[in-house]
Ligand binder design. Structure first.
Ligand SMILES: [Zn+2]
Length: 335
């Protein structure tokens, strides 16, 4: 009954980033709660971050959530999200961007799940031993990658294909026994960028029963100061191509905080992860996102883009609720 009737619409942001620091402020999460969001997936690490940093971040975020039960809830199920909504909390899950933190060990998937990770994609722009990145040489899913997809399916996590090489993503979607999502990706047909996804990828995602969540990142939307209308236009393109039941939102807003250094330790080279040849002239320092209040404007923007109110409700969260209901029940419930 949740999210499908227009009455109790669950609003779901499939990806956003706080500083990767255990002391990161959750003020931006409160802003998202105030803007009407019910669930947000918070990034806890990428391929460039060592496991020591990722575990420290997870511990810090979990402590912050536990200190404010009146505002935040770390969730394991769609029923948890609805309970959080009724209690005035914003529901939170964590996501990993890349398989390197899995240490080539499929058993690590269930360990991260027990810590609150609910969604993983396998490569951050560059190739690794599991999968291809979208800004690297195409090889396809490796034999270890096949086992990792199975581990994701078995552990009840959302299999994500954002940042992944095209051929590799198609192979992941072929292999996965469960619906696959793109938590933050935009149509290549609208904006030619290596991070954006082809019609074939969008069709393959829909064929798994999954959801393409449109991002609010300026360069992927193809406009310097993106608005809710731009996000809605990209969402409407996906809806026209494969049906509105396969469209979601993952704005990928990146919040920074003065005085918090969240760079990976050691000799970190941004130009490797965000190559100039792929259009990242200034790494990600030049990234620009839709503002938080986009969440207050999206419903009207989606309707202006031609969606009926019930269709807009699916895009705002109903579709991700459906997929989570299919995937998450496999989760081993943490204590
Ligand atoms: Zn990302």
């Amino acid at each position: 009954m949740i999210g499908f009737q227009g009455m109790n619409v669950i609003r779901w942001d499939a990806h956003m980033c706080l500083p990767l620091h255990p002391q990161a402020s959750f003020a931006p999460i409160e802003e998202l709660r105030a803007a009407g969001l019910n669930y947000v997936s918070i990034n806890v690490g990428m391929d460039m971050n060592p496991v020591s940093q990722i575990l420290s971040v997870i511990a810090g975020y979990r402590a912050t959530i536990a200190r404010h039960p009146e505002k935040f809830a770390l969730v394991s199920s769609v029923a948890d999200i609805d309970r959080a909504r009724l209690a005035g909390q914003i529901a939170i899950g964590f996501d990993l961007e890349g398989a390197m933190p899995l240490l080539e060990q499929p058993d690590m998937v269930a360990l991260y799940a027990s810590l609150g990770v609910r969604q993983i994609h396998f490569a951050y722009n560059r190739n690794n031993s599991v999968a291809d990145g979208c800004h690297d040489v195409e090889r396809g899913l490796t034999p270890l990658g096949w086992r990792m997809v199975q581990a994701i399916n078995d552990a009840g996590l959302l299999m994500d294909c954002s940042h992944t090489g095209r051929r590799c993503s198609l192979e992941i979607m072929e292999v996965s026994a469960k619906p696959v999502v793109f938590s933050h990706a935009n149509p290549l047909a609208l904006v030619a960028h290596g991070r954006n996804i082809s019609d074939a990828q969008i069709r393959a995602c829909a064929a798994t029963g999954g959801v393409v969540c449109v991002s609010g990142v300026a360069r992927f939307l193809g406009t310097p100061n993106p608005t809710a209308q731009d996000v809605a236009r990209h969402a409407a393109y996906v809806a026209d191509l494969v049906g509105v039941q396969h469209v979601g939102i993952g704005l990928d807003i990146g919040f920074s905080e003065d005085g918090l250094d969240d760079q990976p330790p050691g000799d970190f080279d941004p130009s490797h992860w965000w190559p100039e040849s792929a259009g990242y002239a200034s790494g990600v320092s030049g990234l620009c996102y839709t503002p938080v209040d986009t969440w207050q404007k999206l419903e009207a923007a989606l309707q202006s883009a031609g969606l009926r109110p019930d269709e807009a409700a699916l895009v705002l969260g109903g579709n991700m609720v459906r997929v989570a209901q299919q995937v998450w029940p496999m989760l081993i419930q943490p204590d």
